[in-house]
Design a protein around this ligand. Sequence first.
Ligand SMILES: [Zn+2]
Length: 338
Amino acid sequence: MYKIDLSKAQEEEAVRIHREAVVVDTHCDTLGGLIQPAQRGVAPKRLGEVSEKRQVEIPKMLEGGLDCQVFAMYTGTQEAQMDALFKAVKMADAFYQDAETYSDKFVAITKVDEILQAHKAGKVSGVLSIEGAEPLMGNLGVMRIMYRLGVRMISFTWNWRTPFADGLAARRTGGKLTDLGVQAVQEMDKLGIVLDVSHITDSCFNDIADLKKTPFIASHSNCRALCDNARNLTDDMIKALAADGGVLGMNFLTGFVAKEGANLEKMIDHVDHIVKLVGPDHVGLGADYDGGGGCPGLEDSSKLLNFTKELIRRGYEEEDIKKILGGNHLRVFKQVWK
Ligand SMILES: [Zn+2]
């Protein structure tokens, strides 16, 4: 077990703060597993069941005090994109089916009030996002229908070029958003969908930072200054995101945490860095569970109390801990979702 050196009083303080906080995470890839075909007659475990390898599921969320999870619909390899819309609809169906089955513990939400109500009732909640805009088929009408389906966050690219923007595997031209991408930004502001910039190129990021007046989120990205990886943001990008009121969700994937020896402490170094750079209002959780996320001390969503314990150990104030655990994400959701 991961050891965090706290006094008994500090331990109790961590437990109390973590329980009172509304903990929000902006990225997991759990839904992909739910639509896998049965293997040797065994269907994937539903969200309410315990699956040892899976990192986000209702029992683990309850154990780790993860109050609201943004569930990404990621539709896979470039070759599979013909099926992207069908896959996304199947993931949404699996999500809502499970919300129905486990309604005593889990709520599908589209509003901040619903997150708070669920928290009060001792339930956990989830909301849909799209990672990579492939299911939108380059069409704003599909985007509007996805809004009606409950999608409240969208990223324009996983790593490829899409009709909206360039992802990190398509950065040679240093291009900006396409015309359609700009229209999509406006449509998302109108509808109330959060724009997620994780996986997008630096040049598209800068274009978005210039264009946007409302907050946007990097749902699962860390600091490039601490771990040099294109999936992390430079200090200038973090400042630009903060200037618009945005938030970075901290990604627990070892390769984005540290070149070597990634663990909880090195993860929290990223939090420290952002707080020093732009203050405590622009950092949150975006663990990337079931998509490669997880490092010693933060192995799955049942372990999130460790995140709070390490913040306590470093002397963070209660108010700031609650912001980092979820308050910052909720602020953006409230502003964008309306
Ligand atoms: Zn991702």
